[in-house]
Unconditional design. Structure first.
Length: 157
């Protein structure tokens, strides 16, 4: 949990876009991993296995009737409060928020690849195993996602 917790939490947040729900799903992932550790075959890394569990738990959550009935409250960004003199930090926070919104707006199959490779720092091979797709598929999705992000961030879309 200490080693891969941040990766699991980031992946969960990228799916549900709600900090509290992501933290709940984070706990569910590690509970499932604990109870199913004997089913881990070792044909991929523990990290890939945990990310796959995270993706499945998030998809189940998003499909659930509870999620469809509950309207999330507006989330306040605590990190947005900075001193008046810290313009560079404000610009960086704004740039990071733009990038996050652009990544979140990608179609799911492209977003999964971007989050796995760039945010979770997994290799193409690890990403392919975690998502149950071929390495070539990961590479082409990553390339298309980069193009989409470039267009979004340059204001073409």
């Amino acid at each position: 949990m200490r080693q891969y917790g941040n990766d699991v939490l980031r992946t969960a947040y990228s799916y549900v876009k709600d900090r509290d729900a992501a933290e709940d799903l984070f706990q569910e992932v590690f509970i499932k991993a604990h109870y199913n550790m004997d089913k881990f075959r070792g044909d991929c890394s523990i990290k890939s296995w945990l990310i796959r569990i995270t993706i499945n738990v998030c998809k189940d959550y998003l499909k659930s009737a509870y999620q469809k009935r509950v309207v999330p409250m507006m989330e306040f960004e605590e990190d947005a409060i900075v001193s008046d003199n810290d313009y560079e930090e404000v610009e960086n926070a704004d740039r990071n928020a733009q990038i996050r919104r652009a990544v979140e707006s990608l179609p799911e199959n492209y977003r999964e690849v971007v989050v796995s490779v760039y945010f979770n720092e997994q290799s193409v091979a690890e990403t392919a195993k975690a998502l149950n797709v071929a390495e070539g598929t990961v590479k082409s999705r990553l390339s298309r996602a980069r193009d989409m992000l470039k267009n979004k961030l340059e204001g073409r879309i």
